[in-house]
Structures are given as structure tokens and as C-alpha cells.
Design a protein around this ligand. Sequence first.
Ligand code: AMP
Ligand code: FE
Ligand code: FE
Ligand code: ZN
Length: 284
Amino acid sequence: MRIDLHTHSTASDGTDTPAELVRNAAAQGLDVVALTDHDTVGGYEEATKALPSGLTLVTGAELSCRLNGVSLHMLAYLFDPAEPELARERELVRDDRVPRARAMVAKLRELDVPITWERVAGIAGDGSVGRPHIATALVELGVVETVSDAFTQDWLADGGRAHVEKHELDPFEAIRLIKGAGGVAVFAHPLAVKRGQCVPESAIGELAAAGLDGIEVDHMDHAEDTRVRLRGLAAELGVLTTGSSDYHGSRKTCRLGEYTTDPEVYREIVRRATGAFPVPGAGG
Ligand code: AMP
Ligand code: FE
Ligand code: FE
Ligand code: ZN
């Protein structure tokens, strides 16, 4: 059984539409795929309708959080998308992405980059707009060679010349909201140091004490020694460990199913969730 619990579609900063994503997941031989767009559930309906038979969809989202000035991502699985408190916070975070992206475009223009908000908005389409969309515009303009090259101090990395912070949730509050909506909370790529500063390991312990269900261990941005450390920490704290691709279509290099989650862990996530059930594909 092959289970990938972290992917992005055009509902946020991935390049596959939700329908393409589930078709590609089936073509890759996955049995279970979670759709975890940034701060939105906007892709669910299309993904569900297009779901091929043999593939099960886990609904989810990746919530933008910040702790003591350090940004982090909290994966939320199988919560009730209609639960109002969490829905309201998702909306606040997502809506703030627009003025924030516009502010980053303004900063880039001050740096003499001829980027326009119209182009960035065109690239983002209906998706929750983020730095990867701006990075795609920078690639088009020849400012950088790849999306990843835009994530430096010169451009869009945390604290970089054109970076602007967005509204983000306190992760303790995020855990409370996720649980309140019947969901399961997993700390995404907690030690992805190449993306920028990470929270200290002590914070992972505090989040676990506050109800965190698991941490994402097998991820492209974790080196092998980091994974070993995280596995040890998870055992110590008694939390689950997951593995996932964090697929973003052509915007990142990782393939669907490049990392996967143990079926036992998946079953435990499903067992804990009360907000939603995995959706078996009916052959859309
Ligand atoms: P935002 O949500 O707008 O703050 O942008 C964060 C997103 O940018 C992440 O979800 C990743 O998809 C992407 N990202 C962050 N760091 C990098 C990097 N070093 N290379 C490529 N993409 C990155
Ligand atoms: Fe992303
Ligand atoms: Fe993430
Ligand atoms: Zn992600």
C-alpha cells in the first residue's frame, strides 16, 4: 500500500489541477493521496469528482503558522471543512496572502524588477497566492533560473530583500482549531533548514504536549541524519511519523510518492479523525 500524505494543486502553489493531481497519483500507483493545499480546501470538490477507482483521497490542508517569529507549516487531515472556527482562520490567512503578495511585487519593482501584480495574479489563478507564483514570474522574466533560485536572501526567502510576512497562525492555536474540527495535526517538514530558520526541538515537545499527533519525517528537505534525529524525538514524545512527497507539480522537483507513509500510521490517522472520512475513488 503506497500512501502519500502531502501534495499541492492549483488550489495553492502546485501546478496540477486537483483533477490532474489525483489522476497522476493513480498513474504513479498510489493507493492513498492527501490533498494539502496551503490554507485552503478549495481543491476538494474537483479532486473528489475526478478520483479514479482504486485511489483514496484524504482531505487536508497545510496551515501557515508562526512561532516566535519563525514560520512553520502544520498539516491538518480529515477535519470538517465546514467547522466555522477553523474555516474562518483559514480564510484570514488565505485572504491576507493577496495584499502580502502585492507588497512583495512592489518591493521587487523598487529593486527594478519589471514584475506586475497582474502577471502574478494570472499565474496564481484561483489558487491561494504565494511566493512560488511570484518566483514563477521571476523565472519568466529571466531574473532567476528556477523557482527554487528565487528563495534566497536576494529575493523571496524569509527575511530576503523582497520578502513580506503574511498573517500566520500560532501553532498551538492551529492544533486546537484542527482538533476542534475533528482533524489530525502533523507538523510538516519540521527541520527543513534549507528553507530558513526552524523552531527548536524543544518547541516540538511543547506542541506534542498540546496535542500534536505527528511529525513529517521522510521529506525531501530532511537529510538522513535529520530523519534519524526526528524519528528518535517522535519515539520519545510518543507521536506518529509520516513520509510524503510535498508534490508541487512542475514547481518542485519531487515526484508523487517519492516518500510515503507507513500503512499502520495512516490507519491510526484515520482512526483518530472525526471530522471527515477518506474518500474512496468511484472512477471519475
Ligand atoms: P508562502 O506560502 O507564500 O510563504 O511560500 C512558501 C512556499 O514556497 C512553500 O510552501 C514552498 O512551496 C515554497 N518554497 C519555500 N522554500 C522554497 C525553496 N527553497 N525552494 C523552492 N520552493 C520553496
Ligand atoms: Fe508550497
Ligand atoms: Fe510546507
Ligand atoms: Zn507543502
